[in-house]
Ligand binder design. Structure first.
Ligand SMILES: Nc1ncnc2c1ncn2[C@@H]1O[C@H](COP(=O)(O)OP(=O)(O)OP(=O)(O)O)[C@@H](O)[C@H]1O
Ligand SMILES: [Mg+2]
Length: 312
């Protein structure tokens, strides 16, 4: 049984993960980099498990992974839901599940790639009801892509003018506008296998390589338990086996800020060596347990039922 890895430019996690799996010397289980170049309909994908860290940027990988699922592979993370997910519907789901989230609005995009003329957009209100949006989320606010990562196109705005100016630079990206949570503490959590949670203190005001703070999380035991529970609730609902979840804590309430990180940063240099060790070990164990069959791929979460829970 082979475990395959699809990776991007990162260079600490991949080899460490492959070595960890292979060094465990579990009978019949090996790990390697996936190698593909055009996938035929009649070509069976030879992996029992694939860990996907790159299909969000290489569309061919996503399509290949869906074929791999058809051939019986367990893909971490589920490529079907990864394709459908976005930060707005995640907030909707979180609210239904009792996880606190900031007030959030999804906007129509600023521009379009296709041949769009005035008549193509006749369902859209014009001008946009900016005052109402700004009043709902309050100021400061955050405007960021509904699907995005690496802090790209994330802007904190302090006025209606700044909000519109940021929107004007967003191009074809669908954006969300969100209440800015003025936090007294901030956590970022690794959640592996919908089961294992590692909570770290996180300081967004620092540079990329200094945000994960080693040592104490600064959370009370109650808050720690609530965050741990919220991480499991969200990831069991979303069906992600590999994710990070961020919380901004305001007045003792943890607001989930970003829990759409299905190929999260796992670089030793940014997440700290201790977190890196935990992540490599938990990822290796998870992949092995799927490959041996000890753990079965979970059925798809029932999104419809979940989103409609409590509705007539
Ligand atoms: N509603 C909010 N309230 C307070 N801070 C926020 C909010 N939304 C985003 N931020 C800040 O902006 C940062 C980036 O936002 P977000 O995590 O959604 O973007 P991302 O591109 O997915 O980043 P990453 O690659 O780290 O996952 C957060 O770490 C947080 O510090
Ligand atoms: Mg993110």
């Amino acid at each position: 049984m082979k475990i395959g890895l699809l990776v991007g430019r990162e260079d600490t996690f991949p080899q460490e993960f492959i070595d960890r799996v292979n060094n465990k010397a579990v009978d019949g289980i090996t790990a390697e980099m996936v190698k593909i170049g055009g996938t035929r309909l009649d070509q069976e994908v030879p992996y029992a498990v694939i860990v996907d860290r790159m299909s969000h940027e290489v569309p061919y990988y996503r399509i290949f992974l869906k074929k791999a699922v058809a051939d019986g592979a367990v893909v971490i993370n589920n490529p079907f839901w990864f394709s459908a997910d976005d930060k707005f519907i995640e907030c909707v789901l979180a609210e239904r599940l009792g996880v606190a989230v900031p007030k959030t609005v999804i906007l129509p995009n600023k521009t379009y790639e296709a041949d769009i003329i005035r008549e193509s957009l006749r369902n859209l209100e014009y001008p946009m009801p900016w005052e109402g949006i700004a009043e709902y989320v309050g100021m400061p606010a955050v405007i960021k892509p509904a699907v995005g990562g690496g802090w790209r196109n994330v802007t904190i705005v302090h006025s209606l003018e700044e909000l519109i100016a940021a929107f004007d630079t967003s191009g074809v990206l669908p954006m969300i506008v969100q209440e800015f949570i003025r936090f007294e503490n901030y956590s970022r959590c690794f959640v592996i296998g919908r089961e294992h949670v590692l909570i770290s203190k996180y300081d967004p005001s620092r540079s990329h390589f200094e945000r994960y703070r080693p040592g104490d999380t600064g959370l009370s035991p109650e808050l720690h338990d609530r965050i741990n529970g919220d991480c499991l609730t969200l990831n069991r609902a979303l069906g992600y086996d590999m994710n990070t979840v961020e919380f901004a804590i305001r007045d003792g309430i943890p607001y989930a800020i970003d829990f759409f990180n299905p190929a999260p940063d796992m670089d030793r240099n940014s997440i700290t060596p201790d977190n890196f060790e935990w992540v490599v070990e938990n990822m290796a164990n998870l992949a092995i347990s799927y490959a041996t069959g000890e753990r079965k791929a979970e059925p798809e979460p029932n999104w419809h039922a979940m989103l409609r829970a409590g509705r007539a």
